[in-house]
Ligand binder design. Structure first.
Ligand code: NDP
Ligand code: 2IT
Length: 450
């Protein structure tokens, strides 16, 4: 980084946010690519554009007490990072996972600002969640936790203020329990306050599928720009949650063969192609472990995860889709993928590649679909859910999917054009950051110092 303003801000961010490695990583990744815009706009320093972007508008931290089935009282920590409302109400998911802390919440909130700007829809950036571990909890325990979480969160959100949705550990079941509690407290049906709702009370068709489908639409466009396609390609997908499952489904529809999926314990490899109906049964219905796949497919192979390098990236593949969590694809894994001839990596999860892994993949000419662009289909469809709620009207599945497809095509186009315009053709990581940053900076200038 040769721009003095950039280096100064990065140093400040380091000093002001000690012990927040994920947040620092996300900021560094963005700042390292926006230099050409800053070189063109020397006035941005005087306007403190970067200093304002890296500081959340508000951080809310709260106690979440709840009672488990044994009658024991437990306390978790809840978060909502209202990062930026420049271009719309705060918008972003809620994550329930024991690893949740302020650094992870802030990195996700920061990424969300740029992702949401790329969708072209009026949504600001936010993230929230809790260090609550949903694994092994009964349905009643999940409900009690969600109700207690919402008993505090309700006062900070609203359909024109802040609109949470799902993320790791939060799906339609949790959104339903939170919506019920919100509705009861507010004594009003405000449909657009949460997205990812079930279809029966205000959800959007295709929201469940949207992030995974959108990822594949983006990868399709990226391959097309390089005169290639998904047809006949081998695909490996980490995770077996919401994003992974629907990425697998759409990849298969385009003629690709998905041979491996995983969860936090390990990965399965099925040379015949993954039986996705069985994965849905194990994960969406039974909430079980992916190793149970072998109970029905005796010739599949299960490999336990024993280190930070996931065994799934050792498998030879044309296209790798990390769809589990941050920093799940390390430099070691990137080297393995390149050794095995990988063509493209599509980030379904948020920040799944470490910075070293991304740099290595780009250096080796692998196509990288960056998370904030490639997984934006989920939040974009959330915005479509909000607009349906405002209109008190519903679109068909096909209508929503067509809108999502168009949005992903436009996001890819913005990434490609910006990468070309700023002298790094084919680098969609930089292209995404540049496209989003330009829009946000322009909006900040227009709205004055607030
Ligand atoms: P789910 O909870 O549905 O699934 C998460 C999957 O990732 C599970 O298979 C889980 O395995 C695995 N996983 C989670 N944490 C870890 C970890 N620390 N180490 C290894 N594996 C892990 O979540 P989603 O599919 O919704 O989210 C997946 C990723 O996609 C996240 O990064 C999320 O931020 C991102 N994302 C989600 C969107 C959405 O609309 N849902 C939109 C855009 C991005 P296990 O069950 O063993 O924990
Ligand atoms: O990371 C993400 O974009 C999400 N978890 C979806 C957020 C949303 O508001 O739909």
């Amino acid at each position: 980084m040769s721009n003095a303003y950039l280096s100064k801000v990065l140093e400040q961010v380091k000093q002001n946010n000690p012990n927040e490695p994920e947040f620092l990583q996300a900021v560094k990744e963005v700042l390292s690519t926006v230099e050409p815009v800053l070189d063109k706009h020397s006035e941005y320093e005087k306007l403190a554009i970067l200093e304002r972007l890296v500081e959340p508008e508000r951080i809310i931290i709260f106690r979440v007490p709840w009672v488990n089935d044994k009658g024991e009282i437990l306390v978790n920590r809840g978060y909502r990072i209202q990062f930026n409302s420049l271009i719309g109400p705060y918008k972003g998911g809620l994550r329930f996972h024991p690893s949740v802390n302020q650094s992870i919440m802030k990195f996700l909130g920061f990424e969300q600002i740029f992702k949401n700007a790329l969708t072209g829809l009026p949504i600001g950036g936010a993230k929230g969640g809790s260090d609550f571990d949903p694994k092994g909890k009964s349905d009643t325990e999940i409900m009690h936790f969600c109700q207690s979480f919402m008993a505090e969160l309700y006062r900070h959100i609203g359909q024109d203020v802040d609109v949470p949705a799902g993320d790791i550990g939060v799906g339609a079941r949790e959104i339903g329990y939170m919506f019920g509690q919100y509705r009861k407290i507010r004594n009003a049906y405000e449909g657009g306050v949460l997205t990812g709702k079930a279809i029966c009370y205000g959800g959007s068709l295709a929201r469940k599928e949207a992030t995974g489908f959108g990822l594949i639409f983006y990868v399709r466009e990226m391959l097309k720009a390089h005169k290639d396609s998904l047809q006949g390609k081998t695909v490996t997908i980490s995770g077996s949650g919401n994003v992974a499952i629907y990425a697998a489904q759409k990849a298969m529809e385009y003629g690709a063969k998905v041979v491996a999926m995983s969860d936090s314990n390990g990965c399965i490899y099925d040379y015949k192609g993954i039986d996705l109906d069985l994965i849905k049964q194990i994960k969406e219905v039974e909430r079980g472990r992916i190793s149970e796949y072998l109970n029905q497919h005796y010739d599949a192979i299960y490999t336990e995860r024993t280190s930070e390098d996931s065994p799934i990236w050792e498998i030879k593949t044309d296209i790798a889709l990390p769809c589990a969590t941050q920093n799940e694809l390390t430099l070691n894994s990137a080297k393995k993928l390149v050794e095995n001839g990988v063509l493209a990596v599509g980030e379904g999860a948020n920040m799944p590649c470490t910075q070293e892994a991304t740099d290595y993949l780009l250096e080796k000419g692998v196509l990288v679909a960056p998370a904030k662009a490639a997984n934006a289909g989920g939040v974009a469809t959330s915005a479509i859910e909000m607009s349906q709620n405002s209109m008190r009207f519903y679109y068909s599945f096909e209508e929503v999917e067509a809108k999502l497809d168009r949005i992903m095509v436009n996001i890819f186009k913005a990434c490609r054009e910006n990468a070309e315009q700023y002298g790094c053709p084919g680098n969609y990581v930089a292209g995404a950051n540049l496209a989003a940053f330009k829009k946000l900076a322009e909006a900040m200038v227009a709205q004055g110092v607030v």
